[in-house]
Design a protein around this ligand. Structure first.
Ligand SMILES: N[C@@H](CCC(=O)N[C@@H](CS)C(=O)NCC(=O)O)C(=O)O
Length: 245
């Protein structure tokens, strides 16, 4: 055999071997997604659990909600006491942000978003957290101050949010809502603590934030979300004594 033919053969064999090695490496190291039911633990109100529920509804994920029993070990989830918590196979996690991200990773059209789009998703989810924190402080720490505190807190945030929203369509410019839009819907429609703070603060976010109001309506009308909103009990539930009067 000629020397140059031998070289071509060995280069070919080398390439094939390398390709096989890469494929084997990918197969061995590919992340294994847990399987089985998704168990979700939270109070029966909107609060920090609602965005996870909305993500599951939009993505067609079935989550089984239960109340942790007295022998439930929250520390295994990384939590001293707070919820939400999620269990999926061997995976046990706390922290609303981690739960939201994990659930959206199970929805192919959310998982396929680019890093820049995912960063926008995280930003809106975190804005929801900051707005929630301020509303909860007033609702649980001095609801009589709501008429002065809530318009200040919410306008500060919603003026900024309004500036980021499209006049038409959804935040990422796709043909369907993503976590960003769901976070805005959550702030607009979740009663605890958002709606409670608006009600007791005599605040109507829609008056000064028409793009936000319109985005909420568009998002609310999409498949999965429309049905969820019509049947959700957590979205509107209050556990405030002032609402019982
Ligand atoms: N940083 C945590 C906060 C969790 C948290 O404080 N959850 C509240 C409800 S929104 C809770 O469970 N409070 C009762 C407790 O801590 O025992 C998260 O985002 O999940």
């Amino acid at each position: 055999m000629q020397l140059d033919k031998l070289d071509a053969l060995s280069v070919g064999a080398g390439v094939a071997l390398s390709a096989a090695a890469v494929m084997a490496y990918k197969a061995i190291t590919a992340p294994k997604t847990p399987s089985g039911k998704l168990y979700f633990y939270y109070f029966p109100i909107a609060g920090r659990g609602e965005l996870s529920r909305l993500i599951a509804a939009a993505g067609g994920l079935e989550i089984e909600e239960s109340k942790p029993g007295s022998d439930f070990n929250k520390a295994e989830y990384g939590s001293p006491s707070g919820m939400p918590l999620l269990c999926h196979g061997d995976l046990k996690i706390s922290q609303s942000s981690a739960v939201q991200k994990y659930l959206s990773s199970l929805v192919p059209r959310f998982a396929a978003l680019s890093p820049a789009q995912q960063a926008t998703e995280d930003m809106f989810a975190c804005i929801k957290e900051d707005v929630l924190k301020g509303c909860a402080q007033v609702v649980f720490g001095g609801i009589a101050n709501a008429p002065t505190e809530i318009p200040k807190h919410c306008d500060k945030w919603f003026d900024v949010v309004e500036g980021l929203l499209p006049a038409e369509g959804f935040i990422l410019g796709l043909g369907y809502p993503t976590v960003s839009d769901l976070a805005v819907l959550n702030m607009a429609r979740g009663y605890m603590p958002f709606g409670a703070s608006y009600k007791h603060g005599k605040y109507n976010y829609a008056l000064k934030h028409p793009k936000m109001a319109a985005l909420v309506e568009r998002t609310a009308a999409t498949p999965g979300i429309k049905e969820y909103l019509a049947s959700s009990k957590s979205l509107t539930l209050s556990f405030l004594d002032v609402d019982k009067k």
